[in-house]
Write a protein that binds this ligand. Sequence first.
Ligand code: DP6
Length: 346
Amino acid sequence: MARAPSNIAFIKYWGKSELSSQWPANDSISMTLDHLATVTCATPDPTLADHTLQLNQVDHKRGDKIASKVFQHLDRLSAAMASETKFHIRSANSFPSACGIASSASGMAALTIASTAAMLAEGDLEKLRQRKFGSFTLNDLARLGSGSATRSLLGGFVQWQKGPSATEQTVSQLFSAEYWPLADMVVVLDQNEKKISSSEGHQQAWQSPLFLPRLAALPERAELVQFALKNRDFSLLGQQLEAEALEMHAVMMTSEPPITYWVEETSQFLTWLRKERVLNGLPAYFTIDAGPNIHVICEQKDRAQVQEKLKNHWQNYRILVDTVGSGPKLKVLGFVPDDPLAPDLW
Ligand code: DP6
């Protein structure tokens, strides 16, 4: 059974240089979260003809739309492990799925760890990380499931570098979770499933006239983000976060066909937050992934103040509060727990 956290990108992965190997068009940097996570149990069953899948208490069959990415990844993992064993996969998210809170990152990371561990009967996450599966590492396998999942395999602040070729990609921790206690408050403006998945969106990025200029300028922004993290310079980090999120959404909105993930409240929220910061000194900045919901980032020391403001002004919306997390966990249990998300299990 594996628990993998979601992550929020500070420098976004948007656009792929090569689809089949999941080679991103640019390097990205993220903060691994703590409470927003997926727990996945993989239970072997020799009587099964095919894997079974239950996501958030709903059974899914091979061929069904939501489950196709999961079954495809399970087949990929079975092939990489040369495993014929079939599993009952049971998975639960601690947050609403597929609306820009990176459920594919935590989901694919948890699925990769739990299934690989079960196929190899290996209960030690560190040993799994060090193993090679043909030419693949655990990081590579997670990435093939979903690009952003590869960053959820580590805690703290994480960089995924595209490297000089698709086979030379690297994922590394820049700073530990303790280095800089930041908070992420996700304001859920709309929890409906998004109509265009990130995977589809990535492919349209190249059609935006803003995409090549973005790629050319990104190394400079990535350096500023790293400098801000290193020096715990919150206003520098915040300015970069907002510019980066707006730029990615500008690329989306100018792609062919254009993609608009925002709802009306998204721009209302951005205007409100900026006004609060400028006029009332609220120490918080926003970032947004591929969805309408806003991640409000602040330092942990200011969390109560920011949370209070959000609660007062956005009382009709759910707010998910999280901090920097230390990465995924693996556990071997002899049974499937009733509530795999129960905090005392972890
Ligand atoms: C906007 O990792 O979901 O969240 O690799 O096709 O599964 P696939 O895409 P995915 O893309 C995430 C995009 C993003 C930015 C980010 O997390 O870096």
